[in-house]
Design a protein around this ligand. Structure first.
Ligand code: HAM
Length: 429
């Protein structure tokens, strides 16, 4: 015999930091998406779908040249035409690009949108931190009244609790505006300047370019060295201070428990005034479940008219583990039909179609196996009810819908190929 050389078998795997989401886990994702969409509707947020890729500039200027995301984490590459493109690391900058491009500011304010989809950051993967992760985000444009800030935080709280999340910490702060930032920047530079040599090389570079970014450095020595640095809240101008006080008053009015965290630092440069983060103690170091804030300068920066904006995004991969155990998601068809023999098999096929068109999830057995093995299969796939279609059933035109959870069994006559529609609610139960 000729010795045929076998090709080595390739084993493909997901890339590091990416994951497949399989059933039944996907039901938890759908649960979250459905709950969020229901609440967005009540608040008047409409869905917007944006490309996954943008021109790189969309991110560099808005997120900030000295931010970790832009410096280290973006999936940036030249396309075949030599243009630099980037897989979106977040949704706000692409949203603002679309907002300006389509003149959405011409509609009455606030214009409110939500989006859901994958984001990409080349971070070091660890528990609850992925390189492709999913966000559900919301953005509200055109109003700078702190009532809107309170309302959007309250909406986030409503979404998270409708999903089943409890015991979360809502932290808020204000990071000031263009007016108060120069004074804060100088104070910070004076404080950090004395010990600049204790910071990492990135921070030393950031000291001149954007000292505020030093507050977001994850290097332990830098975290240590910046302890005691001046709190931004003490440098707010009167406008920002009033805005922040009003936000707190309105959050109290809406019964959203929250605390002030003067050390809250966002990893993106575009924020002004309100910034907030929602965290859980059960996620280790990646504790942020959702985060957001105001970005009153970004629309203008993107070439649109001066328009305030505020939004948030929540991380699906951080929410899922927090609710997985408490959700009782059972998957399985509402009816499984076990035909015995070729004639019954054809009948099963048409009964199943008829029931499906009435909204029931129906499965049939396709191969000619024993009733025992068909019942085993019905059990394995979690069927709620089973019908056996054998010789007797076909002859007498009578079937029994057997409830697999120990509920009531139903005997009924087959009319033509039909199972009586009046039985559907009982089967569904
Ligand atoms: P962010 O804080 O960068 O904000 O991300 C928001 C949320 O996305 C985080 O709180 C976290 O739950 C999730 N997340 C971020 N990175 C990862 C990762 N590598 N793996 C898993 N989950 C992750 C933004 O993206 C802003 N665009 C939010 C916003 C909207 N601000 C205003 N509007």
């Amino acid at each position: 015999m000729r010795n045929v050389k076998k090709k080595p078998r390739m084993k493909y795997k997901t890339l590091k930091g990416l994951q497949d989401i399989l059933p039944p886990e996907i039901s938890i994702w759908q649960h979250i998406e459905t709950k969020a969409k229901d609440i967005f509707k009540n608040y008047g947020y409409r869905e917007i779908r944006l490309p996954i890729m943008e021109s790189t500039d969309v991110f560099t200027r808005s997120i900030g040249e000295t931010s970790d995301i832009v410096e280290k984490e973006m999936y940036t590459f030249p396309d075949k035409g030599g243009r630099s493109v980037t897989l979106r690391p977040e949704g706000t900058a692409p949203f603002v690009r679309a907002y300006v491009e389509h003149h959405l500011y011409n509609d009455p304010a606030p214009q409110k949108f939500y989006y859901a989809g994958p984001m990409f950051r080349y971070e070091r993967p660890q528990a609850f931190r992925y390189r492709q992760f999913y966000q559900i985000g919301a953005e509200a444009m055109g109003i700078d009244d702190p009532k809107l800030d309170a309302e959007i935080i309250s909406m986030l709280s409503a979404i998270l609790s409708s999903i089943g999340l409890e015991g979360l910490n809502f932290e808020i702060t204000s990071i000031g505006c263009e007016k108060c930032r120069p004074a804060y920047r100088s104070a910070l530079k004076i404080y950090l300047g004395d010990k600049l040599n204790t910071f990492c090389s990135d921070c030393r570079r950031r000291y001149d370019a954007n000292p505020l970014r030093i507050l977001d450095c994850k290097v332990p020595a830098c975290i240590d060295s910046r302890k005691g640095s001046p709190p931004v809240l003490e440098y707010l101008c009167s406008d920002c201070k009033d805005h922040f006080d009003d936000l707190r008053k309105n959050l109290d009015l809406l019964n959203v428990p929250h605390s002030i965290n003067p050390n809250l630092v966002r990893g993106l440069d575009y924020y002004t005034k309100t910034a907030f983060e929602v965290s859980s103690e059960n996620l280790g170091s990646q504790s942020a479940v959702a985060a957001g804030g105001r970005y009153d300068g970004m629309v203008e920066e993107f070439g649109g008219p001066a328009t305030p904006g505020i939004g948030f995004a929540m991380g699906m991969e951080r929410i899922i583990p927090l609710i997985r155990d408490s959700l009782n998601i059972t998957e399985g068809p509402e009816l499984f039909i076990c035909p015995l023999g070729p004639e019954a098999s054809e009948k099963a096929l048409s009964i199943a179609e008829q029931l499906r068109s009435n909204g029931l999830w129906v499965e049939i057995n396709y191969d000619n196996t024993s009733l025992r093995s068909q019942m085993r299969k019905a059990n394995r796939i979690g069927a709620k009810n089973v019908v056996v279609l054998g010789e007797d059933e076909l002859k007498n035109r009578e079937i029994e819908i057997k409830n697999m959870d120990g509920g009531e069994d139903i005997k009924t006559l087959l009319q033509g190929n039909e199972i009586l529609k009046s039985l559907l609610p009982k089967i569904r139960k």
